[in-house]
Design a protein around this ligand. Structure first.
Ligand SMILES: Nc1ncnc2c1ncn2[C@@H]1O[C@H](COP(=O)(O)OS(=O)(=O)O)[C@@H](OP(=O)(O)O)[C@H]1O
Length: 374
């Protein structure tokens, strides 16, 4: 059964502007009166809140000191919240309009006594190029989820790991006790030291793994590498050249984009340290087609209420993907997500299908789910 998304299936009028923090997209400034009205309203609400706090401050000197601290925090929050969207920093997200009224879920800026930084109870372990960013951003719509938007590379990078769990914890967002902290680093899935290290942090950690047709994923991986090399002015062979060994005419299983797509091999390492019940596998193709249905399964896995609804999404025709509709702005993933794939020769595709067929069967047997990729 497919989800009923809002009827508006439209493109966004966008202009690109450059800010202190990089490139972002803004809606054209067509309604200055509206902007002025919003500013006045925000000012009015701030003044009223300050007046209320001052009234509470009057009765006792100790409460006066406490209130001054609250007022200072409130002041900082007003400034910070209006100038910077924290998750623009990772370059993976494009804001379609200019308003930064981020939901104050964990009290990231105003430190509520009930919030603190916690180690992640859930980790998106991979797999690279399968939709890990979309999964993280979409889950972050849930009020009981707080995501670290930057990839931490804590468990796969020896230097980071040597800094210890306290270092890692300090990099997590502040959360209330009932919230789930999530981080995503797709490299975790394929790096051999990681499963044991995650188990050593907390054996009850919940793992999310998003998978996609291994051939499509390998092509996407190639496109990512190709675009980095092109940006550096370096020559890069075609996918066909890299993937097929010219001597044997067979798939080069050591080529990294292929090796990373051999899911059953990497997963078996994780299953030495975690039970299958601690792992939820997200279907990457379904997340593109019907995000809400796929996210519902994740909400259930995490033991959370179903709070992410179709109202939070709209289909962006230009991008060809669902984007997020927040309170007063819209947000798509960056252009590096959803790049055009090159044409692959039918011979290469045939060899790849034959290569992956038995490997996919091994994965299906391991997890008891058939993704129907072949
Ligand atoms: N809503 C939405 N918007 C844009 N892109 C989406 C979305 N949902 C899933 N995807 C797919 O995400 C693919 C990129 O995967 P990752 O985010 O895991 O890449 S990365 O490993 O973090 O670089 C990316 O792969 P390519 O299409 O090959 O670029 C997308 O297909």
């Amino acid at each position: 059964m497919s989800t009923n998304y809002p009827a508006i299936i439209d493109d966004d009028p966008e202009v690109i502007t450059r800010t202190r923090r990089g490139v972002e997209r803004q809606a054209p400034q067509c309604c200055p009166q509206l902007t002025r009205f919003r500013l006045m309203a925000a000012l009015g609400i701030s003044m009223a809140t300050i007046a209320l706090l001052l009234l509470q401050c009057l009765p006792s000197p100790s409460r006066y000191a406490l209130c001054c601290r609250d007022l200072a925090a409130l002041n900082r929050a007003i400034v910070v919240k209006t100038i910077e969207p924290s998750d623009v920093e990772n370059g993976d997200v494009i804001y379609v309009d200019a308003e930064y009224s981020e939901r104050n879920k964990g009290g990231d800026r105003v430190h509520n006594k009930r919030t603190k930084r916690r180690l992640p109870q859930c980790i998106i372990i991979g797999v690279r190029k399968a939709g890990t960013r979309a999964l993280l951003q979409f889950l972050d719509l849930h009020p009981a989820i707080a995501a670290q938007k930057q990839e931490m590379h804590f468990f796969d990078d020896d230097e980071h790991y040597a800094r210890g769990l306290a270092w890692y914890r300090k990099r997590m967002p502040r959360t209330r006790p009932e919230q789930v902290t999530i981080e995503k680093t797709p490299a975790y899935f394929v790096e051999s030291a990681v499963p044991e290290r995650v188990r050593d942090m907390d054996r009850s950690t919940k793992l999310l793994l998003i998978l996609r047709d291994p051939i499509e994923r390998a092509i996407s991986d190639y496109v990512q590498i190709h675009s980095t090399k092109s940006a550096m002015g370096k020559y890069h062979e075609s996918f066909d050249e890299l993937v097929i060994d010219p001597d044997t005419g067979q798939v080069d299983a050591d080529y990294r984009p292929i090796e990373r797509s051999v899911y059953h091999k990497h997963l078996s390492r994780w299953l030495e340290y975690f039970s299958l019940s601690q792992l939820h596998i997200v279907n990457g193709e379904n997340l593109i087609r019907d995000p809400v249905a796929e996210l519902r399964k994740v909400e259930t896995f995490l033991g959370l209420d179903h709070r992410i609804s179709a109202e939070s999404f709209y289909y962006n025709k230009t991008k060809g993907f669902y984007c997020m509709r927040l309170q007063r702005r819209q947000k798509c993933l960056s252009p590096s997500k959803g790049r055009r794939h090159p044409d692959i020769s039918p011979t290469t595709m045939k060899v790849l299908r034959e290569f992956f067929r038995p490997l996919n069967s091994k994965l299906y047997d391991m997890i008891g789910v058939n993704f129907g990729w072949n």
